[in-house]
Design a binder for this molecule. Structure first.
Ligand SMILES: [Mn+2]
Length: 191
């Protein structure tokens, strides 16, 4: 089992996270931000990751951001040396009117391109401008290359949720084992 655990405490927040990349999609998320819990549960479900995350803190922005710092760090820990994995993964995920493309490369080089805009300022109890920031933060801390493109969609909830479903699907593919591969999937010999 590839498991990563992080406990992170600052003056602003306390976050505990445990991720099992070889899980079955069981999520127990409690950040105090219901829409973020919903998005992270979707990510875990469609990635078949077991994810436990508990966060407390002062401000919505801090709690959401620090949750993603801890989650990204835990994913990076769980990946270890990345031997025998596919490394890249992608997914097109529809959710009614919304259609989203996510592609990832577990390259060890943090880089994110996120093309996602929202009509409303709030997605229930989460500020919509945080979505791009949270994806950037995840990529930086999991040290992955992430591309997110919302291709269409009128409903903000669907657009946001489809992103996290697609992220789960793409990550699930990227972390999966490649039967014929030997060692680390890089001509450099390390990632
Ligand atoms: Mn929903």
């Amino acid at each position: 089992m590839r498991v990563g655990e992080v406990k992170r405490k600052t003056k602003e927040t306390t976050v505990e996270v445990r991720v099992n990349l070889d899980g079955s999609g069981e999520a127990k998320i409690n950040t105090g931000i219901k829409f973020l819990d919903h998005l992270l549960s979707s990510f875990a479900k469609h990635g078949s990751f077991d994810l436990r995350l508990k966060a407390r803190g002062d401000l919505e922005h801090h709690i959401a951001e620090d949750s993603m710092i801890a989650l990204g760090t835990a994913i990076n820990k769980a990946l270890g040396k990345k031997e025998g994995i596919r490394r890249m993964g992608d997914a097109f995920v529809p959710m009614e009117d919304a259609l989203v493309l996510v592609a990832v490369d577990l390259s060890g080089r943090a880089y994110a391109e996120v093309d996602a805009e929202f009509a409303k300022k709030r997605l229930d109890d989460l500020s919509s401008d945080l979505i791009e920031h949270l994806l950037q933060t995840l990529a930086a801390n999991a040290r992955l290359n992430l591309h997110v493109k919302v291709l269409r969609g009128r409903n903000d909830h669907h657009r946001a949720e489809a992103i996290f479903k697609a992220l789960g699907m793409a990550m699930s593919e990227a972390v999966s084992k490649r039967p014929r591969a030997k060692g680390v999937p890089s001509t450099k010999g390390a990632l």
